[in-house]
Every structure is written in C-alpha cells, then in structure tokens.
Write a protein that binds this ligand. Structure first.
Ligand code: TEU
Length: 550
C-alpha cells in the first residue's frame, strides 16, 4: 500500500541472510530460504525486513566489505531470487530494507584495484590517498583489536590509503563528485528493484577534515542530504535508515531539517545497553536519563530501536579497556557488565531470564521509535560467545529439532556458515518447539507485536516520561489526539518494574485525573487515576503493564 508513513508503526526484523534459512543445502542461508519463511514472519507480525549486505564480497567483514555493488553474491542466489523475494514479501504486506555500505568498499573492489594501479585514471581519486600517515591524527581507531592505524601503505601505488574500519576496507573519497554520482547510481539501481528503503551503514565517517575527529562533519551531512534529495525526487516514499553509532545529540543531525531532510529513521544506539543496565541495577534511572538526553526530532523522522543486532556481542567477551573504547559513547558511568545474552546462555529456560527478556522487549515495543527485532530474538536464541569477533551473534536460526536445527540440510555440519549455537538448552529453543508451547516466548512475542499493531499510538504517539515514587519503576505515556485519517486517538500508559522484587508505585498523571485505565495486555480494568492525578499500581518482579487511559 502507498502509506508513506508505514515506517512509523512498523516492526522491523533484521534477517542475517547467510544464517537465516538455507534452501539448497550448501550450509549458507539464501534468498529462497528467506522467501520460504515469509509466512512465518507475517504470522509473527513483522512489517519490514532489513537484510544486511548480500553483494559479492570476500567476506572478511560479514559482507560489509563489498566488491560489487550491483550484483548478488552467488552464495545467496540470483538476481531473480532477489526480485522474487521482494515480490513475495510485498504480497504479504512486508517491506524490504537493504543495507548499503557508503563509507568504504572492499579492497577487492575493481575501483580500488584501478585506484592503486592507475593514479591518473578515472578511479585514481576514488579513495583517500596520502604520501604519509600523519593526516587526521585526531581520529579514533574503531576496530582497535586489529588495526594499529587508520592509514595503510599500498606498495603498488606507493601511498597510504585511509580506512575507518578494517585495513581491507579503504574509505571512499567523498570530496570527489564522481564518487557521489557512483553511489547515487548504486542506490538508483536497487531502488528500481522495488525495495522500500536503505539502511545507510556507518554514515558518520564519510568525510574527513584535518583538525577534526572526522565524525559527523558538515560535508558528511551534505552527502546524506543529497541521497535523500535524489530519492525524494526519483523514488518518493523510499526510506533511509541511518546507522550512526553516536550520542543522540549528534544522531539527530542525521534527520536533517524540514528544509534539508536527511534520513527517515536513525538507530538509537545508547538506549539499548541502558535497558540491560537498568535491569541489572533494578533502577529505571539509566533509561530515563538517556531519554531525557535525547533531543526532539523533526516531524518527518522516527527513531529505530533494538535490543540486539549483528554487531552487539555479549560484553563479557571484551576486556574493561576494550569495553570502554567500544562503548564510550553510550555506556553508563560504571559500564554495563551483564546483558540478557549472558543470562540466557547460563540459564536459557529459567523464569528469571524469561521475565527479564519480556521486560526488555516490553520496553523496546513501547518506548519512542520503531523497534527492530534481530532474528532469533523471538525464540530467545542467545549467543555462542566462544566464536570469533561478532560471530557470537550470527549463528544459524534454530527452526526445529532436525539436524542443523532445520537451518540447512547440509549433511556435514562443518559446511554450515557458522556452527549452531550449542548453549545449554539450545535444543528446546527452536521455532517449532516454541510453536507447540502456548506459553513460549515466541507466542508471547507474537501477541505483543499484534497488540502493538492494534495500538498505533505506540509508533506515532507523543512520548512523555512520568514521575514515579519508586526509582525502580519506569512510567511513560504515549498519546495522539487523532490518527492520520481523523480517527480518535488514544492515550497509553506503559509501566515497567525493573527490580526483581514486587513494587508499589505512585505515578503522577496530573493531566489525566479521574480517568479510567484498562490493561491492553491482560484486558483487566485497573484502578482509575485519582482526582489528585495519582495512580497507585502494584507490579510483580520485572512486571509491566500497558494501560489505555479513557
Ligand atoms: O558498523 C559500523 C559502526 O559504526 C560500528 O560502530 C559498529 O557498531 C561496530 O562495528 C560494533 O562492533 C557497520 C556494520 O554494522 C558492521 O558490521 C561493520 O563491521 C562495519 O560497519 C564496517 O563495515
């Protein structure tokens, strides 16, 4: 349907293609596999799928090292398979958002090969070259584990090239108008296939300027606004979703302004670790603080939120120093030491873990923004923390109890793109086992997504944090006067007890005095808001309510 505001009420789902479903038994997930699971995703209540890069790639960075931007890696199928996936998704009302890596290419990309060998040729200026490695000295190294510098020497050209990520990922030179034109052509190419949007990878790092930290520079914003302008003009309604792992105050700049819009959506990175942190501390403070520090965004924009993604590994894997490096922009002062992933690993089926998962998810689905689930979140799949780099969170989807957990029919498990997770209890964490159990996390997640769909105020409504007598309890309202077609709006009060003990909380709702409340999750009537504008609620350990206020 042509609803230009679809993204506001949508639930997104990141499907890591190579680990989702393998249709041909070669051990690697593919487009036909994903297509065969669209009915499942529609049943679950997913509105849009984000597919990480599926282009030809040496696969030294999970496909974020692209060597050809307008082809499908044969491991995942053919262009025909891709088109068929888009078509089949659209038939089910599911939108497709694809990932575009703008900051860098693989060093195997023909542009880079040409740039090395022919400095005077048409691609000579496509990358950031210098005679020495002294430039942009104020710039941090992002992949500090493996990289010593953001400059690497190329013997063939006899110069250094700039890279913000791995040394096999040379940065494109956005001072070269030919690069901008080439990138627009790539986006045009995929927009013509009918995709509904683009996740723009690693946007803060496009431009470099001496004397700065080379992040969020005005010239970077000009590039992002240029992409927006091209899409609005040639493919109106196509969304852009910025991956800018920065403080909210810097991320809001990627929405642009009404006059010069940039992105439709931006991921809100700092909220996720604070949800885990709040659970660990049994205090709502970290979440309240980060939302208070989040500026308002222009009307055309929408946050994207998530609890896990293909980069977010369990933090116990890294040392304190590394953790500080990785999370310096968004970790609370004393750093987060536990997240739900590790709890699931240790006690995958325990009630405590389930209650925490539900509470985190209830927050994800009610705080401002459109939530993005990561494949397997709905079954509590967890992580295999013994794997290298970020592979811990990239293991095959667990569909059923058959060999390879139904992910692949490959006879040799060694052929799988990554090993099956194998944490305690993993055999029970499959779609098929959870389908059979009415009280499973899968059925719970589906119910929550359907409740969310029935209350579009959760996607569109104005957000207001409420004062609560108990620090453990987070209470906020979502409100809209009327829906987009003039239908009456609603007020939803969302309450969450982050503590692992029951709490009695007084919530201040001065503007809602005397109104009645009804639980949309359980359907029960709750006490009315008192004439003094106070609502007293008792919540169980890690308990949560979503109440309509009439
Ligand atoms: O990540 C870019 C990014 O900004 C990082 O902060 C990211 O959050 C970090 O890698 C966390 O480990 C993107 C992709 O999401 C990531 O998978 C790629 O490795 C990276 O670009 C480089 O291509």
């Amino acid at each position: 349907s042509p609803d230009p505001e679809w993204f506001r009420t949508a639930v997104f789902y990141e499907a890591l293609l190579r680990s989702f479903a393998d249709s041909d038994g070669d051990g690697v997930g593919d487009f036909r596999g994903l297509a065969s699971r669209l009915d499942y995703l529609a049943w679950l209540g997913v509105d849009a799928i984000w597919i990480p890069p599926f282009y030809p790639s040496p696969m030294r960075d999970g496909g974020y090292d692209i060597s050809d931007y307008t082809e499908i890696d044969p491991r995942y199928g053919t262009m025909e398979d891709f088109r068929d996936l888009v078509h089949q998704a659209h038939e089910r009302g599911i939108r497709i958002v694809i990932d575009i890596v703008l900051n860098h290419t693989s060093d195997a990309h023909p542009w880079f090969q040409a740039s090395r060998s022919d400095p005077e040729g048409p691609f000579g200026d496509f990358y950031v070259w210098a005679d020495d490695d002294s430039g942009y000295a104020n710039t941090r190294i992002i992949f500090i584990d493996t990289e010593e510098s953001n400059w690497s020497y190329d013997v063939e050209r006899g110069q250094f090239f700039w890279h913000r990520f791995f040394s096999h990922q040379p940065d494109l030179n956005y001072d070269n108008p030919a690069v901008i034109e080439a990138v627009h052509d790539i986006i045009r190419f995929w927009a013509r296939t009918g995709v509904d949007g683009f996740r723009l990878d690693a946007v803060p790092y496009l431009a470099e300027r001496e004397g700065t930290n080379c992040e969020n520079l005005p010239d970077t914003h000009t590039v992002v606004a240029g992409i927006r302008q091209m899409l609005d003009h040639e493919f109106p309604g196509t969304i852009t979703l910025a991956e800018a792992n920065q403080w909210p105050v810097d991320v809001v700049e990627y929405f642009g302004t009404p006059e010069a819009p940039e992105c439709t959506m931006c991921f809100h990175f700092p909220v996720m670790p604070r949800i885990y942190y709040a659970l660990r501390e049994g205090s709502s403070r970290a979440v309240r603080d980060v939302l208070a520090a989040t500026p308002d965004i222009p009307a055309h924009g929408q946050w994207g939120t998530f609890l896990r993604n293909h980069d977010e590994l369990t933090l116990e894997m890294v040392t304190d120093e590394e953790r500080t490096m990785m999370y310096q922009w968004y970790a609370p002062e004393d750093r987060m030491r536990a997240n739900i992933g590790i709890r699931r690993r240790l006690a995958p089926l325990l009630d405590a873990s389930r209650a925490e998962t539900e509470l985190a998810m209830a927050l994800l689905l009610s705080l401002p923004g459109s939530p993005c689930l990561y494949y397997g979140d709905e079954i509590g799949m967890g992580e295999n923390i013994w794997l290298e780099d970020r592979d811990a969170v990239r293991t095959p989807m667990q569909w059923d109890e058959s060999p390879n957990m139904g992910f692949s029919s490959a006879p040799d498990p060694g052929a799988l793109t990554l090993p099956i997770i194998q944490v305690p209890g993993y055999r029970h964490m499959t779609v098929s086992t959870e389908l059979r159990r009415p009280d499973s996390l899968l059925h719970w997640t589906r119910r929550m997504l359907h409740v969310r769909r029935a209350h579009p105020v959760l996607g569109r409504g104005k957000f207001l944090m409420r004062d609560v007598s108990d620090d453990a309890v987070l209470a906020h309202t979502r409100h809209e006067e009327e829906g987009p077609s003039g239908e009456p709006g609603e007020t939803l009060l969302c309450v969450a007890n982050l503590a692992d003990s029951p709490r009695c909380a007084i919530i201040a709702l001065p503007d809602l005095a005397g109104r009645t409340t009804t639980d949309v999750l359980g359907g029960a009537a709750f006490p009315a808001v008192g004439p003094d504008g106070r609502l007293t609620l008792t919540l169980g350990a890690r308990g949560y309510y979503w109440l309509t206020v009439d």
